[in-house]
Design a protein around this ligand. Structure first.
Ligand code: FDA
Length: 445
């Protein structure tokens, strides 16, 4: 189905300048000059009456959009309503950007169609991005579980992408949003919040998801998708702390600050990583991971001793130190505060030597199967990503182009492909951005 002609005003929340040139803002934040920014040009050259023709317009100068711009070829304009490009890259990984994962596989991604991401991930792999990082002289290290971080700063990755965009001849226009869009079957005509109207043959939607709205995330890409007849799957906050209410929260609150390695499960999915108890509920990598799988009313199960056999430990302790009270023995398996809480709330006040086999088995069972019912999540305010997005059945898995609107592409987090915690989401941004960028470059040859 080919939409004959689309025309509709778009409600984009625009982040207008509060003063200062975009290039200056960018220079301040990235330490590098902006490749080309219309806002930097003398006003006299900005003729509002004239339409500017581009081969490709990319909406969103985030990870995916900049990657696509670096490969789409000359005549590419990148628009972003933010004051600086790559803001989520800048704050990612505690300022060091966990830019990929050594063990990236399609199994690390959630999507309605688990096969969709395979092509892009196989054609632009983690090794390709690592090679790019190395060639730019960016020092990096593996922190844990294959997660690669910059040694110095996430700004190095932004600098790398800006350099690549500049080398490719792409133009970057910040503090600019899309206010109207039409498509005549061949070209897109865009009205912008600043500067002259723009036309283009290819329009790439790379505006990310809804997480961290205070950074300008709007879910605008989903509106554009719907406008062009694309289905958008249900979206929800993911990689996000879980919240609790009632007596469970009251029990957790005094333990705020306790951290330990745990196995957290929801249904058939489990993650072995760190867990952190907070005054609102549970956080830490294991919880963020499972939040992508958790749904309202479902329980999560926490194994507090994933690396040990607590039943064996308790039996051994009974044999060798029968006069120890159970809280002391539990402190050999758990952080002290949690051990004391556990003994107290489970009424374990006797010495270990006084426990029966069945009693010890029961304690071990509770430690490995702590069942909790979250009441919700902290939502988009703190979520690292949005689960769901533009449905993959409307997109070509090789090129990311719409199957129904030629020249319209969706990449990055806007698409219904969501990675685990640990560098996977950036890898999807690089892979999908590369796939769209190279497809556009090939189509123009
Ligand atoms: P991204 O959100 O990066 O870019 C979208 C761009 O579009 C933005 O520049 C935005 O301003 C612009 N935009 C949005 N709406 C617009 C509109 N209406 N008009 C114009 N422009 C618009 N992942 C990972 O792999 N490793 C990590 O270490 C982290 N760490 C991390 C920390 C935090 C705090 C968050 C919130 C997220 C992460 N992530 C992460 C996830 C990662 O940041 C995310 O998956 C990618 O940035 C997605 O890249 P995109 O380019 O798709 O969107």
């Amino acid at each position: 189905m080919q939409p004959p002609k689309h025309r509709a005003p778009l409600q984009s929340r625009s982040h207008r300048p509060k003063g200062g040139a975009a290039g200056n803002a960018q220079r301040r934040r990235t330490g590098r000059p902006c490749p080309t920014t219309l806002a930097n040009r003398p006003r006299s050259t900005q003729n509002a009456a004239m339409t500017q023709d581009f081969h490709t317009v990319i909406l969103g100068a985030g990870a995916a959009g900049m990657m696509a711009a670096a490969h789409a070829g000359p005549g590419t304009l990148v628009l972003d309503h933010a004051r600086a490009p790559g803001e989520k890259i800048r704050i990612s990984g505690g300022g060091r950007c966990n830019f990929t994962n050594l063990y990236t596989r399609p199994e690390n991604f959630l999507s309605e169609n688990p096969h969709f991401a395979k092509s892009a991930l196989a054609r632009f792999t983690q090794w390709d991005f690592i090679d790019l990082v190395s060639r730019h002289g960016i020092a990096y290290h593996e922190k844990t579980l294959g997660q690669l971080f910059c040694d110095s700063s996430a700004r190095d990755i932004i600098g790398l992408l800006l350099d690549r965009m500049q080398a490719a001849g792409a133009e970057l226009r910040l503090q600019t949003s899309l206010t109207d869009i039409t498509h005549d079957g061949g070209r897109f005509a865009l009205t912008l919040s600043a500067g002259p109207p723009v036309t283009c043959r290819n329009l790439v939607i790379a505006c990310g998801g809804k997480s961290i709205p205070k950074m300008g995330a709007t879910g605008f890409g989903y509106d554009i998708a719907r406008r062009f007849g694309h289905r958008v799957t249900d979206t929800r906050a993911a990689l996000v702390p879980l919240t609790f209410g009632g007596p469970t929260l009251e029990q957790l609150k005094p333990l705020a600050g306790v951290a330990l390695d745990a196995r957290v499960s929801c249904g058939a999915t489990s993650f072995d990583e760190a867990l952190l108890i907070t005054h609102r509920g549970l956080s830490g990598p294991a919880i963020l991971q499972i939040s992508s799988y958790w749904r309202e009313t479902r329980p999560i199960t926490v194994n507090l001793c994933p690396a040990q056999d607590p039943a064996h430990h308790l039996r051994t302790a009974r044999q060798s130190h029968g006069k120890r009270n159970i809280a002391t023995v539990l402190a050999e398996l758990l952080p002290n505060r949690l051990a004391a809480y556990w003994a107290d709330t489970h009424a374990l006040r006797c010495n270990i030597g006084d426990c029966s086999d069945a009693g010890l088995a029961g304690i071990a069972r509770d430690l490995t199967g702590w069942t909790l019912y979250p009441t919700g999540t902290e939502g988009y305010r703190t979520a690292e990503v949005t689960l769901g997005g533009v449905a993959t059945d409307g997109l070509n898995a090789r090129t990311m182009m719409s199957k129904t609107v030629p020249g319209l592409y969706f990449i990055g987090e806007a698409v219904d492909v969501t990675g685990w915690l640990g560098g996977y989401n950036f890898q999807w941004a690089w892979s999908s951005g590369w796939a769209a960028g190279t497809a556009i470059a090939e189509s123009s040859r």
